[in-house]
Design a protein around this ligand. Structure first.
Ligand code: G4P
Length: 191
C-alpha cells in the first residue's frame, strides 16, 4: 500500500535491534485518516470472505481493528493479555511466546463471543515472529470457528512470522512488507 509505505519512510525511526518505531501514526499516536485507508484496503483484499468478526490482541491492535471493522460492519473481539492460566472454563486460552520480550504470556477470549459459526479475520499492527497470530489461531480452533485470513499493517519480512504462517496455509495480507531496514534512508519494501 503506497500511502502506508510513504508514511513509514517519512516518519519512522529505526532503532537498534531491528525495531521499527512508528508510534507517531500507528501504535501510540494514531492517524485516523491513514487507518481509514488501511481499513478500506483490508476490506478490498478480503472482499471474497464473509467475515463475521474481527479478532485482535491487546493493546495496539484494538484501535486499528475498530476502525477496520467499520468497513466490514462486524464486531471487534480482542484477546486479553496477561490473564492467569487457570482463568476458568468460560474462556478459551492460549500461551504466546514473545521472542522480542523473551517471555511467554497467556491470552484469553470469552467463550460467549466466539462460536463455531464465526468466520474470523485477525488484524494486527505488526507481524514479526508470528507467535501472537498462532495464539489467536489456537483460540479460533478451540471455538471451532474458521480463520479466514490475517491482515497485517506492517510485516517485518526478514523475521520468520510471515513464512511460518503462510507455510501453514494461512492467508496473510500485509499492507507493507519490509525486507531490510538497516537505517531509515535504506528501507527496502517487498513488492
Ligand atoms: P510476534 O507476535 O509476531 O511473534 O511478535 P513478537 O513477540 O516478536 O513482538 C512482540 C511485540 O512487539 C508485539 O507487540 C509486536 O507487535 C511488537 N513488535 C515487533 N516488532 C516490532 C517493531 O519493529 N516495531 C514495533 N513498534 N513493534 C514491534 P506487543 O508488545 O505484543 O503488543 P502491544 O501491547 O505493543 O500491542
Amino acid at each position: 500500500m503506497k500511502l502506508l509505505e510513504q508514511r513509514i519512510a517519512k516518519d519512522c525511526k529505526v532503532l537498534p535491534g531491528n525495531v521499527l518505531k512508528v508510534d507517531m501514526f500507528l501504535n501510540h499516536q494514531i492517524d485516523i485518516e491513514l487507518i481509514n485507508e488501511i481499513g478500506k484496503e483490508f476490506k478490498r483484499l478480503f472482499s471474497d470472505c464473509d467475515i463475521t468478526k474481527i479478532l485482535t490482541i491487546e493493546a495496539s491492535g484494538i484501535g486499528i481493528a475498530c476502525i477496520c471493522a467499520q468497513y466490514f460492519s462486524v464486531p471487534v473481539l480482542f484477546a486479553k493479555k496477561g490473564v492467569h492460566k487457570n482463568i476458568g472454563n468460560s474462556f478459551y486460552t492460549s500461551t504466546v511466546y514473545s521472542y522480542t520480550k523473551e517471555k511467554s504470556y497467556e491470552i484469553a477470549v470469552s467463550k460467549d463471543y466466539l462460536s463455531s459459526d464465526d468466520r474470523i479475520l485477525i488484524i494486527d499492527d505488526f507481524l514479526a515472529n508470528g507467535q501472537a497470530v498462532l495464539g489467536l489461531k489456537s483460540i479460533i480452533e478451540q471455538a471451532g470457528a474458521s480463520l479466514e485470513g490475517v491482515g497485517v499493517v506492517i510485516e517485518k519480512g526478514f523475521q520468520s512470522g510471515g513464512g511460518l504462517l503462510r507455510e501453514k496455509g494461512i492467508r496473510v495480507e500485509s499492507l507493507a512488507i519490509i525486507d531490510q531496514m538497516q537505517d531509515k534512508e535504506n528501507l527496502v519494501f517487498r513488492h
